[in-house]
Ligand binder design. Structure first.
Ligand SMILES: Cc1cc2nc3c(=O)[nH]c(=O)nc-3n(C[C@H](O)[C@H](O)[C@H](O)COP(=O)(O)OP(=O)(O)OC[C@H]3O[C@@H](n4cnc5c(N)ncnc54)[C@H](O)[C@@H]3O)c2cc1C
Length: 483
């Protein structure tokens, strides 16, 4: 019997497993594939994900494997500088190969004690009042208290639950791969610049050793299950650029579409969905993996609280209440970006207009904060603007604030030095620091780094500690908490 079985060891499943292990939850991750994915596309980790990695002590390890780039020009690939005043010490993006980030996250989960079984596909599920029975493709049956489907866009778990996945089917297909070229770099650069004026979904980017990352619109795709061939690339390059650049010796070839869909529900009883299993959208702006990892950090501590028995009644449901609207917004911004990639005259005119508007720093910053998820504000009710937002990493007397969040616990950051977390000290840390760089007296941070309360009154704080962290431990033990 496990506490949680996770279907899928992609970035979302691995991150969720690690988050649950911070709270000693017994986790089993079932991964269909025996080997990590062979495609080696580079993905972007955005500001909020980098912040989360710093919050869990993973950032240095990850930075060694990626390449930093300025966090500008992310929206619809409209080239703009990094806006001024981005409120984060991690105001850059990190390009990293997807299999590498997947491996690092899986290693982290395993180091924390998660079990990962490869070559095990979830094929069936049944739930009852006590737990979930998970059936593997080979017929083996396993039992857990909860199941989370992190099994990607074609999620078996979502289908088994019968959860609707409304949205739009794919309308445009794009070829993507890595291969060698047969013409000099200068010739390629000149052609790419010329064609890039008209086609946004087109590039050849050098990787070193004569290998290029090639992206070009696809055409005539009748069977999406059929993998693309080198000949498909050559034909499309000729159609779009007038030359196939002599491409040869592919490392890998793939194709992606722009289907845009959002699960109707993220939870059915003891089964939940996260990552691509819950939402899909075109890769423009590079948000999908980030969104999934952020789902995992939102869900992990809540599910752990439910399993430990201290979760206040609606806590687990705040996962959907908070994350569904975030995904809705990402879907919308990718829809908008796809329109801006169109070669139609109207869309090109809108793109020109937006390009002008983005010269206003506030517009540029708004869009970057949207794509990089640092602009998210959860609805925690009325209160100052900071309430519900993530708190940036700041200097505190013990070093950095995020350094205090490695264990995934709540934190009271207290400039008044007269408040206490009392009966919640088994779940919430307390840092009294009058010098902390905050312009409010105190904040209560959830384990995901979002501001759950702002103020200086102990009674009000206690109400909010109960709201997010359940009853006092002393009350649970039947003692008088007043003390
Ligand atoms: C061309 C392209 C570029 C992209 N660039 C970016 C980018 O720059 N930044 C970004 O954030 N995102 C990017 N993405 C999106 C990103 O790749 C996905 O959003 C991300 O992989 C989703 O992670 P996941 O863990 O939710 O799902 P997946 O990565 O799909 O992982 C799901 C896992 O579940 C396993 N599985 C499936 N079915 C079962 C089953 N029945 N039982 C057990 N295991 C199962 C799969 O084998 C897989 O390992 C890009 C996508 C594309 C196509």
């Amino acid at each position: 019997m496990f506490d949680v079985i996770i279907a899928g060891c992609g970035p979302t499943g691995a991150m969720l497993a690690a988050e649950l292990r911070l709270h000693d939850v017994r986790v089993l991750v079932l991964e269909k594939e025996t080997e990590p994915a062979s495609f080696v596309r580079i993905v972007s980790l955005h500001m909020r994900s980098l912040e989360l990695m710093a919050m869990r002590g993973l950032l240095d390890r990850i930075l060694r494997h990626g390449r930093r780039r300025p966090a500008g020009g992310l929206f619809a690939a409209i080239p703009k500088p990094v806006p001024k005043g981005l409120d984060s010490p991690y105001a850059y993006l990190l390009g990293i190969r997807q299999p590498v980030i997947e491996r690092l996250l899986a290693e982290h989960a395993i180091e924390l004690g998660a079990q990962v079984r490869r070559g095990c596909a979830v094929a069936g599920l049944e739930q009852d009042d006590e737990g979930v029975t998970v059936e593997l493709a080979g017929g083996e049956r396993l039992r857990s208290r909860y199941l989370v489907g992190c099994d990607g866009a074609r999620s078996t778990v979502r289908k088994l639950l019968g959860v609707g996945f409304p949205g739009e089917p794919s309308r445009t297909e794009t070829l993507m791969g890595e291969m060698k070229v047969g013409v000099p770099q200068e010739e390629i650069a000149a052609k790419v610049a010329e064609v890039g004026e008209t086609f946004q979904r087109f590039w050849l980017r050098p990787f070193g050793e004569g290998v290029y990352s090639v992206v070009v619109p696809a055409a005539g795709v009748s069977d999406r299950a059929e993998p693309p061939t080198l000949e498909d690339f050559r034909r499309q390059l000729r159609a779009v650029a007038g030359t196939d650049f002599g491409v040869h010796s592919p490392r890998w070839l793939s194709r992606f579409g722009d289907a845009t869909r959002l699960a109707e529900r993220y939870r059915v009883g003891r089964v939940l969905l996260a990552g691509d299993a819950a939402h899909i959208h075109p890769p423009t702006g590079g948000q999908g993996l980030n969104l999934g990892v952020q789902d995992a950090v939102n869900l992990g501590w809540k599910l752990a609280a439910q399993i430990s028995g201290w979760a206040p009644e609606p806590l687990l449901d705040t996962y959907q209440a908070e994350r569904h609207p975030v995904a809705e917004d990402v879907l919308d911004n990718t829809r908008a970006q796809m329109e801006l990639h169109s070669t139609e005259p109207g869309a090109r005119a809108v793109r020109r207009l937006l390009t002008e508007l983005m010269d206003f720093d506030e517009v540029n910053r708004h869009l970057i904060e949207k794509i990089t998820a640092v602009g998210i504000r959860y609805d925690f009710g009325e209160g100052p603007d900071l309430l519900g937002r993530r708190l940036r990493d700041i200097d505190v007397k013990q070093g950095s604030l995020y350094g205090l969040l490695h264990r995934g616990r709540g934190l009271l950051l207290d400039r008044t030095e007269r408040l206490t977390v009392g009966g919640w000290s088994d779940r919430v840390d307390h840092l009294a620091d009058p010098t902390a760089a905050l312009d409010v007296p105190c904040v209560l941070l959830r384990p995901d780094g979002h501001v759950a309360w702002i103020g200086d009154d102990q009674r009000d704080l206690d109400d909010h500690l109960s709201r997010w962290f359940g009853r006092r431990a002393t009350e649970e033990a039947g003692e008088n908490p007043a003390g």
